[in-house]
Design a protein around this ligand. Sequence first.
Ligand code: CUA
Length: 318
Amino acid sequence: MPSTFPVFDPASPQAESIRDLFVQVLFISAAIFAIVAGLICIALVKFRSQEAVPAQDFGSHRREIAWIAGPVIIVIWIAAISIKLVLTVNALPPQYAKGEAASDAEVDIFATGHQWWWEIEYADSGIVSANEVHIPVGKKLRVKLQSDDVIHSFWVPQLSRKMDAIPGHENYIWLEADTAGVYQGRCAEYCGTQHAWMNFQVIAHNPEDFAAWQKQEEKVAQTPTTGNAAKGAELFMKLTCSQCHAISGTDAKEDFAPNLTHLAGRREIGAGAITYSPENLRTWLANPQAIKPGCKMPNFKLSDEHLDQLVAYLETLR
Ligand code: CUA
């Protein structure tokens, strides 16, 4: 169950220090607002009549020192907790030698923003997926952010800082989760029509579950040879599907659209637009534009027969 106020429900040291900074700054701002608003209210009531002129006071050293020192202390305090935050979010995991800069760390995951989905590639295993980031709990992973088109922003409020994915520019973040669970991620930079449906999920597994997930994902897709699924596999190649998507073990190798190798194991379709189920997949294929208007997948106006065959094939991709 995704958190309603994810920023207040951190699940990593980074997100915790971001929450702490936010709460402290919020309290400081609220206190200043209350004092200023309170003084205005007092003045409004007390000096309502034109005769009620307040006592005029010039050259009070004590007050001048107070209103300079007060803000200076507040600014120093906010700077200190901000620096602590930056050190926390950029901290290298212990396996790196002392003195190394965070940029020396090896990349574990490449996250590439596309209009309007995320391509996720794992450096070690070579697994390529979309809109889902699987990580083992308690491990700090280096994520390299890049973009294929416009500026996007990768944000998992419960786990990490927000970071832009900029074409032609390299950005990095650390991603880690203390407890197993599903964490909602969003594109946090307006990037076009379907910016709102450019969601993703980080799924943090216990180490055994992560190994099992990885083993499953490393399997090459087996092309079915009988029934509707076989006809669907043929259609996939014959229609334009294979000109945009990739499926391992087949001739479909394009990366313009999400890699579909383990599509049926995913939780959502269209970067969060609908949950994954064979019925929803059929609805999506029947007309993606009805669900995610403006998305790059056109309405192919498939017949019922073709829809059944394609769904039967895609359902084998687990
Ligand atoms: Cu990608 Cu907003």
